[in-house]
Write a protein that binds this ligand. Structure first.
Ligand SMILES: Nc1ncnc2c1ncn2[C@@H]1O[C@H](COP(=O)(O)OP(=O)(O)OP(=O)(O)O)[C@@H](O)[C@H]1O
Length: 305
């Protein structure tokens, strides 16, 4: 579960690694009404022959239902941002797609083939095709393992390469995330946050996936590092044609990476469409409220943008 915020404009959360995460929780809005849902006609919700298709997803923790009625498609080579305030259900949806949370109802399919709820119950090929990059690289990488060990594991597990070939492949993966071969022998614990997140991305790419699920992958990093990670993702999409489900509460970030955007409020999709269309012409009050909390976007919007 991501850091929880319970107040309006909450203080930053200490991630315990010298960095802080900021969450956004906006003021109370009226209850969701299905008629309020806005689908921009510039981009249909459902695409023909989607890579990933989620239908009628519903997730509860105990008696509390936190995701309802969520349906979405993701095309090949498409980056779709899932945005919404803290607690709106972004991480929960992404964990269901990644098979990290198995207690859900609905249907998730990859290339039309229905997936089992948990990664463990999915085939190796299905696991290989969906890779997850976590928010906090200080937690997602074992600090005692060398980077070579970290990268060789998925290469072997998913049958991508072995032996000498695998070591060459590990060096090439590091190069693709702009880290030199000298990093291979270092332990994850000796790397900076930005370097660790590059290694985490390289580990995900080692599986040669079709879909990367990126859960707030820059929010534990310094602002100066965030831009370089985003450049990296754009390069990956361009060169490898990998699709991404990009979870973020940062609309400015969504604008710079995503083709399409899905806006989540209290576990329901309330506005969907092309990113630029939504950010320049938000229709729903919730999206307008979210934008007004993003200074880089709010100025353009209030100017009539
Ligand atoms: N393991 C859990 N047990 C109980 N409740 C949970 C659990 N994980 C998430 N929740 C609750 O589900 C709701 C959605 O949480 P989720 O982390 O998916 O939201 P989010 O939009 O990703 O938030 P954030 O931006 O803070 O990461 C929240 O109310 C959260 O408190």
């Amino acid at each position: 579960m991501a850091e929880e915020c319970t107040t309006i404009d909450p203080p930053p959360v200490d991630l315990g690694n010298g960095h802080e995460a900021r969450c956004l929780r906006i003021a109370e809005l009226p209850p969701w009404d299905p008629d309020d849902r806005v689908v921009a006609d510039t981009a249909p919700d459902r695409v023909r022959e989607p890579l990933l298709s989620v239908s009628d997803l519903e997730v509860s923790y105990g008696r509390s239902t936190v995701v309802r009625d969520v349906s979405l498609d993701l095309a090949r080579s498409e980056i779709v941002a899932l945005v919404g305030e803290s607690g709106s259900g972004k991480t929960t949806i992404s964990r269901c797609v990644g098979g990290l949370h198995g207690d859900w109802r609905g249907r998730i399919s990859l290339d039309g083939v229905e997936l089992a709820p948990t990664a463990r119950a999915r085939t190796v090929e299905q696991r290989k095709r969906i890779q997850y990059v976590f928010q906090n690289p200080y937690q997602s990488l074992n600090p005692r393992r060398t980077i070579e060990q970290i990268l060789l594991r998925p290469l072997a597990l998913f049958g991508v390469a072995r032996g000498r070939q695998a070591r060459d492949r590990a060096a090439a993966l590091l190069e693709s995330v702009q880290l030199g071969p000298g990093v291979l022998s270092m332990r994850a614990g000796g790397l900076s946050g930005g370097e660790r997140q590059r290694v985490a991305i390289a580990r995900a790419l080692a599986a040669e996936p079709d879909l990367l699920v990126c859960d707030e992958i820059t929010s534990a990093l310094d602002v100066s590092i965030q831009a370089s990670i985003i450049d990296l993702l754009e390069g990956i999409k361009r060169e490898r044609g990998i699709s991404m489900l990009f979870v973020t509460h940062d609309l400015a970030l969504a604008r710079s990476v995503a083709d399409r955007m899905l806006v989540l409020q209290h576990g329901r999709l309330v506005e969907t469409g092309l990113t630029a269309q939504i950010l320049d012409h938000p229709q729903g009050p919730y999206t307008q409220e979210l934008i007004s909390h993003t200074p880089q976007l709010a100025a353009a919007f209030s100017d009539g943008g």
